[in-house]
Design a protein around this ligand. Structure first.
Ligand SMILES: Nc1ncnc2c1ncn2[C@@H]1O[C@H](COP(=O)(O)OP(=O)(O)OP(=O)(O)O)[C@@H](O)[C@H]1O
Ligand SMILES: Nc1ccn([C@@H]2O[C@H](COP(=O)(O)O)[C@@H](O)[C@H]2O)c(=O)n1
Ligand SMILES: [Mg+2]
Length: 264
């Protein structure tokens, strides 16, 4: 598809971009913009194509990123959703995955908190919702995630604490136009989660017993259906989240090692 579209936009007067280069150009476009039908990665396909084909000759600058992406064998971002109740250790394990496998960590909660501290127009609404342990409208959260993905040069993402509900999930599929490759679920008993959150000490407005109780209810009511959905699709990797941080990471490690070809 990319190749035929590309050929149809080739300017015949530019001989240097004849067919023998099409495959390389096509790879360049796929590696940088992903699926041409993808609304996020192909916002303006014709402009992208025009910009590329209007280059007089292949400079090393143009060819270089193609080589890098071909060698990594990636044509589309590799997305992992990281789910689990409050305090189950999502953020902690994401840090370890980043260190070992070089993913980019996007925590939906952190993006929302950043929005509050930047005094954006939605800041006070988000703050009120977080204090109540409820779920921020998907439109807001997905936009923040979209912006973070688009402004990153990475192609492998851990999206932590998202989707929190079916509504979150559907909004992501609609706006980003992709599904996760794998979904991690840190399964932790409530008692342990409460203990961890109450000793977190990071000054979060929702780290108090009243809000934690609400968050646990929201988790059971809205997040578990999402977890079941991905389980039904064979994408879920459930991890027993009791134990030391290193013991848990030992269970996480083989999951990403198995994806090394696709996600490295
Ligand atoms: N295996 C573990 N054993 C003991 N404490 C842990 C473990 N993993 C994480 N913690 C601690 O528990 C607290 C919560 O962990 P973390 O912030 O990673 O959870 P989370 O799932 O991201 O929670 P939230 O959804 O509230 O953001 C932190 O203080 C962290 O240091
Ligand atoms: N998809 C999401 C993620 C988070 N929130 C809100 O932020 C709070 C904190 O999230 P953490 O992942 O850092 O625990 C959470 O309780 C929600 O209020 C959200 O609305 N949607
Ligand atoms: Mg977290």
């Amino acid at each position: 598809m990319a190749l035929s579209l590309l050929k149809s936009f080739l300017n015949p007067s530019r001989k240097c971009l004849a067919t023998k280069h099409c495959k390389t150009l096509s790879n360049l476009i796929w590696s940088q913009y992903g699926n041409l039908h993808n609304p996020m990665y192909d916002p303006e396909p014709f402009q992208v194509l025009y910009r590329v084909i209007s280059v007089e000759s292949f400079t090393t600058e143009v060819v270089k990123p193609v080589k890098q992406d071909i060698s990594s064998n990636r044509t589309r971002p590799f997305i992992t959703f990281v789910l689990g109740g409050p305090g189950s250790g999502k953020g902690t394990q994401c840090e370890k995955i980043v260190e070992t496998f070089g993913f980019t960590h996007l925590s939906a909660g952190d993006l929302l908190r950043k929005e509050i501290s930047s005094n954006s127009e939605n800041g006070s609404t988000i703050l009120d919702i977080i204090k109540e342990g409820k779920i921020v409208p998907s439109e807001i959260t997905v936009k923040l995630i979209q912006r973070a993905i688009q402004s990153s040069e990475s192609y492998k993402f851990l999206i932590d604490g998202f989707p929190r509900s079916d509504e979150n999930r559907i909004a992501f599929e609609r706006v980003i136009g992709m599904e996760p490759e794998v979904v991690l679920f840190f399964d932790c008993p409530e008692e342990e989660m409460v203990k961890r959150v109450l000793s977190r000490n990071q000054g979060r407005v929702d780290d108090n017993i009243e809000t934690i109780k609400k968050r646990l209810k929201v988790f059971a009511g809205s997040n578990l259906p999402v977890i079941n959905y991905y389980s039904g699709k064979g994408k879920l990797r459930k991890i027993d989240a009791v134990g030391t941080v290193d013991e848990i990471f030992e269970k996480v490690h083989p999951i990403f090692a198995a994806y090394k070809g696709a996600a490295s």
